[in-house]
Ligand binder design. Sequence first.
Ligand code: UN1
Length: 500
Amino acid sequence: MNLDDLMKALGVPKSAYADGPIPTRSPIDGRLLGQLRQASAADTAAAVERAQAAFLRWRDVPAPRRGKLVRLLGEELRRHKAELGWLVSLEVGKIAAEGEGEVQEMIDICDFAVGLSRQLHGLTIASERPGHRMMETWHPLGVVGVITAFNFPVAVWAWNAALALVCGNAVVWKPSEKAPLCALAVQSLFERACSAYGDAELAQLSQVVVGLADAGAALADHPRVALVSATGSTRMGRAIGPRVAQRFGRCLLELGGNNAVIVAPSADLDLATRAIVFAAVGTAGQRCTTARRLIVHESVYVELVGRLKRAYASVRVGDPLETGTLMGPLIDQAAYEGMQRALDQARSEGGSVHGGERVLADRHPEAWYVSPALVEMPAQTEGVRGETFAPILYVMHYADFDKALALHNDVPQGLSSAIFTTDLREAEAFLSARGSDCGIANVNIGTSGAEIGGAFGGEKETGGGRESGSDAWKAYMRRATNTINYSRELPLAQGIKFDL
Ligand code: UN1
């Protein structure tokens, strides 16, 4: 599919992506995709003001009717799933199935949010005072800033925006500078949904700010941005979090992961092998939830590592839009160099590296394809404790289950985790308070590929935020506690007497 035709089908005029000074390229082959303008801090502030004006109207619209707009957005996404999925692949190098899968996640969260639009309910609480009633009301926050990473260039916006919109907020989106076209396409589909809703003006509820870190910083600093939901590296979170905290704004951070899989003696190794390969190699190791560490019981170590080596050798690396490809390119040269540095460090720390070298350089000199790397480590070294956004799986072994758990938790990040076991005691211990310290803990499935119905996010350096399903919507609203006196008396709480 030709890019211009694709963008046309998605409703983005060429002038929006072809006339600016900053080139954007496809990681598939380095080809030029567009020339973008960059928003300044002042442009960002103007976008926030437009969003704020739209919010003032939107907060008065009953939530189930707000749900209708999100339903219409979901319909646009269903209609354009193939095109948008293709654009995701073109712009960030995901294989076609994963590009479309990402759009499916957007559709799923829209469905979820539509149902939610009739369920934004608070509690009624027993008052200690006679003739009184106490309750909670949930109100929208205002403008929600959304900062997203290249690896999920459309789905992460949707997790935030679908919830934020039904909750009555407006959204200002700063997409990754590596994936601006996806953002323009999503915005165009949102505009279509607003027209279908019968109020094209509502498109102001979503603002896209294509810019660099200073645009993100402007969102973090702007007093009107009630919540900043930021997905990306721990480094980015360290820059954004304190700025938002400084003005007592709210932050929802979804940062790095260093996700591990424990494979116990009783594990179903067929299942484990398939799950580990998808989790470690899928999206070329560039998911926050990618499996990066494998902690294997010594009794199954040789068998499992043998299976993984064979599976790794059969993973087809190449053009992500070709059928049969399982792993596309890394996002850019910097990602490749980061991967090589991590592998060098692993070697210097006593690791034995299988794979990880550059491939297809003759065919695509401007792109960065690698074979996935399996690295056998003597211990959980400094290198293993850091997150490298690349397909590197460090393998370690254990003899004692409690030591495996300790090793599992002994990293700064806390996003996703998994155990493969058929032993009920181990499975339950892994999920218990003394087990995995991550926001996501799975049994007999991998670390990645979470469903939207659960709350998504993690602990420690992962940032503590929760997005997507369950009651994550509460982060996008403010809670008011209301007490109503329907008596003719004025009893005070705690039985205090204060008679005039
Ligand atoms: C991310 O990598 O930022 O669980 C998100 C998964 C996806 C989301 C990953 N549903 O892999």
